[in-house]
Design a protein around this ligand. Sequence first.
Ligand SMILES: Nc1ncnc2c1ncn2[C@@H]1O[C@H](COP(=O)(O)OP(=O)(O)OP(=O)(O)O)[C@@H](O)[C@H]1O
Length: 257
Amino acid sequence: MESARSYDSEAVIVNIEAVSRSFKLPRAGEVRALDEVSATVRQGEVVVIIGASGSGKSTLLRTVNALETVDKGRITVDGIEVTSSQSNLNRLRANVGMVFQHFNLFAHKTALDNIVLPQMVVLKRSRDEAVSRAKELLSRVGIPEKADAPPGDLSGGQQQRVAIARALAMNPKVMLFDEATSALDPETVGGILALMRDLAEEGMTMMVVTHEMKFAEDVGSRIIFMDQGKIVEEGAPTTFFKTPNNERTKEFLNQIL
Ligand SMILES: Nc1ncnc2c1ncn2[C@@H]1O[C@H](COP(=O)(O)OP(=O)(O)OP(=O)(O)O)[C@@H](O)[C@H]1O
């Protein structure tokens, strides 16, 4: 792995420009999940996104991976526009690794094949090459002995390790974590957070939606606080947690800390 100091700390990896996204809900009418959101993530940064339920955190991550379209605005990842055409999708999928709350593994494939197949499909790697990388990554995430196990035979924490290995196999420019530990047993959470912390220390660029405030404070380079589809406050963890400015931020932190 590259050392944390060898990257170009100026390079913008994710650029989000004035992005809006609304949803029409049968009963609640129109919800502005994202309202003119702008943010940049530079190489090696760990940007932690926090906010109340429904504030737009997941939608923001999903637009970066083109799992969600935008109504207005523009997003680029490593200079490639995500929000325009579908033709960039394969390159985008390789550039952006996403880890979800519910793992999203293929239930009928082994752990190894869950990591092998996307490499063959998206990166056109040969099976041998993909298998060799997958084995290396299963060791990296601490479960080399689980290569032949189907997800159903793995614990939640082990499934999440496979999901992280699958995302890393693409050599992504940025990793998105959407509440990656929220569905795990309390005793498993620490192991996954430690793995995420290791990735951050190795210089991985990350956008992390989490309720784990200690992780946010210790590992985050920057905290973004969202409220009703807007970024209302953003800052370095020490300033953000000790001296928040915005009233909504203060209220939120008072409730959870
Ligand atoms: N696919 C969708 N269809 C309809 N409404 C949606 C959809 N995705 C998000 N929304 C709405 O957009 C708003 C923002 O949702 P989002 O999931 O981004 O919030 P969040 O901050 O991630 O919440 P949580 O912490 O509960 O996961 C919510 O009001 C939600 O109901």
